[in-house]
Write a protein that binds this ligand. Structure first.
Ligand code: FAD
Ligand code: PYC
Length: 417
């Protein structure tokens, strides 16, 4: 039976001093064999396991995570959810995801705190304005909400932006996707974990995969730090470590791993109304429900697995913040961190089978896969369960790097990518 977090439950819990809460998911020991092993307990891996169980009735599933669930990029991102992409294939994929997000708190009975406060993209030049009107028009042609705004409308919406006539980066206009906004990243991981576990999925933490078991060409399981696990099918959802795992299986991926960093200020009263991005500056801002100003920037300039983010990018982002929001200039930074993201040449994901029988993959989301967790899980679960690509994932096959049918979303990736 699902637990309802009613006011009565919460009052009773407070009375007990938060003692004896039931764990949200079962901590499982690895078994010898499963129908499906999903490697990676980030949002995409957990959502894959949840939809395998929920949509396809496949519950003999393990999610095998090297560290703790949500401890990778899922717990490190700046939580922007939007579907403002350029091409019809991407629009379909990301808007399906946004629609799943819109119903996810109810679906999982777990508050993911989605806040549709609008995602605003700023234009600082004539060129930006032209590119953004093309972008917004493409969205509307694809049936996705987008409104072009002039500087006066922007000023009403986000008055703390620097509209000064002497501003270094003048704001000429922009566009907004009003359905976009942040969600609580941990809650997305925890909600899917709880839902999957309740349906019978084993969630195994602190269990790094160290190799892939093969019979001839076929992958038949994984080697882990806690022993071998056999599986009919193995799926990789390991973001920045996708190339490492692919190499263990014997093939190369067109993925380059970079650190992407973000930071938060000390908490303050509500000062920002939207999520605001300046692609030209390579910086973006929002405010968390705790009051911290969440600030992000572009990728580091060199590939790396060092999960910290370089100082020059931080310096650029902080100075862009002081320039764009002069009133935030005196805030103190509280924390800075980075995640290792999996960047591909066309800034679009890879979801489906690999050249190795028995092995599927979900990767290539780069700087933008938090918004895609529901659809990434939904479509990979479909391919694992049926042996056929989901129609939404069909254009996003690894094979496109041979055919040349790339879907270049670099301009809509949100941040330099
Ligand atoms: P992860 O959450 O990284 O999960 C992969 C898991 O695999 C990890 O937990 C890792 O420990 C595990 N793993 C790796 N190797 C092994 C192994 N050998 N064995 C077992 N497990 C293994 N996206 C957005 O849509 N909006 C944003 O605003 C946004 N902002 C971002 C800001 C930052 C600073 C960063 C770093 C990323 C941002 N992203 C954003 C991107 C987004 O976070 C990722 O695309 C998304 O979280 C990827 O989810 P995932 O489940 O694939 O990966
Ligand atoms: O995907 O919207 C996004 C994003 C913005 C910053 C990092 N990712």
């Amino acid at each position: 039976m699902r637990t309802r977090y009613s006011a009565w439950n919460l009052l009773a819990a407070a009375w007990r001093g938060h003692a004896d809460w039931a764990p949200a998911w079962r901590e499982a020991e690895p078994r010898a064999a499963y129908d499906v092993v999903v490697v990676g307990g980030g949002g995409h891996g957990l959502a894959t396991a949840y939809y395998l169980a929920k949509n396809h009735g496949i519950t003999n599933v393990a999610v095998v995570e090297a560290g703790w669930i949500g401890g990778g990029n899922t717990g490190r991102n700046t939580t922007i959810v939007r579907s403002n992409y350029l091409y019809p294939e991407s629009a379909r994929l990301y808007d399906f995801s946004l629609k799943l997000y819109e119903g996810l708190s109810q679906e999982l009975n777990y508050n993911i705190m989605l806040s549709a406060r609008g995602v605003l993209t700023l234009a600082h030049s004539r060129h930006d304005l032209d590119a953004q009107s093309r972008w917004a028009n493409a969205m509307r042609c694809n049936g996705i909400d987008a409104d072009l705004l002039d500087a006066r409308q922007l000023q009403t919406l986000e008055p703390r932006l620097n509209f000064g006539t002497d501003a270094r980066f003048p704001i000429l206009g922009g566009f907004i996707q009003r359905r976009g906004g942040p969600a609580r990243h941990d809650a997305v991981a925890w909600g899917y974990a709880r839902g999957a576990s309740a349906l019978g999925v084993d969630i195994i933490q602190n269990c790094p995969v160290t190799g892939l078991l093969k019979q001839g060409e076929r992958v038949v399981g994984v080697d882990t730090a806690r022993g071998s696990i056999h599986a009919e099918k193995v799926a990789l959802a390991v973001a920045g470590h996708s190339s490492v795992l692919a190499r263990m299986a014997g093939f190369d991926l067109p993925v380059t791993s970079y650190a992407l960093q973000a930071m938060v200020s000390e908490p303050v009263k509500p000062v920002l109304n939207t999520v605001t991005l300046s692609p030209a500056l390579g910086a973006y801002w929002s405010q968390s429900d705790k009051g911290e100003v969440v600030i992000g920037g572009a990728l580091d300039h060199f590939p790396s697995y060092a999960q910290r983010g370089s100082f020059d990018v931080m310096q650029h982002v902080v100075s862009a913040t002081a320039e764009m929001f002069p009133t935030l200039g005196r805030l103190r930074l509280l924390r800075q961190w980075a995640g290792i993201v999996d960047v591909v040449a066309d800034s679009s994901p890879i979801i489906g089978p690999t050249p190795v029988p028995g092995l599927s993959i979900n990767c290539g989301w780069g700087t933008g896969g938090f918004k895609a967790i529901p659809v990434g899980g939904w479509t990979l679960a479909h391919q694992l369960a049926t042996g056929r690509n989901h129609e939404l994932a069909e254009p996003f096959q690894l094979e496109r790097f041979h055919s040349g049918r790339l879907i270049d979303e670099a301009a809509a990736a949100g941040i330099a990518h």
